[in-house]
Design a protein around this ligand. Structure first.
Ligand code: ZN
Length: 282
């Protein structure tokens, strides 16, 4: 099943994606919808009984599927090729950092950079939690996954490198596009392998496969839940494959007008236009 958060006229709605459009759900977005423990049944029932409420695809705008997670946790250095291009060794433990809900934005949002001239791309598979996880085993974590979506962990490398903590370069408002759909695990298996692709103005810069993740989704959720509770609608970014701009010689960063495309076949594509805004006194 594919789920989405959409804008239809003046309404914001969670919806099931069906052929040619959407069947709306009784929630304003998927963050709200996933907090109902019965969400899986409610989504199935909506498809069976919801044809009278059908919204055609061209009547709606796709929004960030998960606008208000209580936690957004990211794993750095998780694809072996990216770890090696950054000059590091394979890790024993996942490198984790956090973002805020304010950092997330819509699948087709314009991205602005305030006072950074080294804005880099990181195409990523994002995992969305479907029920509470606390001290969870990998098996329990796997069963609790609501689904998968696409993210780009756009990073201000100059800010990221100001200190040992990456946080400030990773948490600028409205710089992590998420979406377009949440795809449930019965339709997508990242352990078997899905491609994660990033393009700039149509030129492919990243292509990795989730089967090469050092820490797979269930492993990450289990590990994170050993120190902080994960709740329905929380988002975990699983890291980026090789091909980031910082790893290039010379380093390459986004320029104003660049169109950044982030795609996972089977989920969908984010398309974001980038604008650099640097004030004179920066
Ligand atoms: Zn990342």
């Amino acid at each position: 099943m594919k789920l989405a958060s959409i804008q239809f006229k003046t309404q914001r709605l969670a919806a099931v994606v069906v052929d040619g459009g959407y069947v709306p759900l009784q929630a304003q977005n998927l963050s709200e919808f996933l907090r109902d423990e019965q969400w899986r049944n409610l989504a199935r029932q909506a498809v069976v009984s919801g044809s009278s409420n059908f919204i055609a695809a061209n009547e709606a705008t796709i929004l960030n599927p998960i606008p208000t997670p209580t936690k957004v946790i990211c794993c750095g250095l998780n694809y072996s090729d990216h770890i090696l291009e950054m000059g590091r060794e394979l890790p024993e433990y996942p490198t984790l950092f956090a973002k805020f809900a304010d950092t997330l934005t819509d699948p087709n949002a314009q991205i602005f950079s305030e006072n950074s001239e080294s804005v880099d791309w990181e195409a990523e598979l994002a995992v969305v939690v479907g029920s509470t996880l606390c001290q969870a085993t990998e098996k329990d974590a796997l069963e609790a996954i609501a689904g998968y979506t696409v993210a780009n962990d756009i990073s201000m490398r100059d800010w990221q490198r100001r200190t040992l903590q990456w946080f400030q370069g990773k948490a600028f408002d409205g710089t992590t596009p998420l979406g377009p759909y949440l795809v449930t695990p019965d339709e997508l298996d990242p352990v078997a392998g899905v491609e994660v692709i990033c393009r700039i103005n149509g030129e492919e810069v990243q292509r990795g496969n989730t089967r090469t993740l050092v820490f797979a989704a269930a492993s990450l959720l289990s590990y994170i839940s050993s120190f902080t509770t994960l709740r329905a609608g929380d988002v975990v970014l699983t890291g980026t494959p090789g091909g980031v701009g910082m790893g290039m010689t010379p380093p390459r960063f986004l320029r104003s007008g660049d169109v950044l495309s982030t795609e996972i076949p089977g989920i969908g594509e984010l398309v974001n236009t980038f604008t650099l805004r640097v004030s004179a006194d920066a």
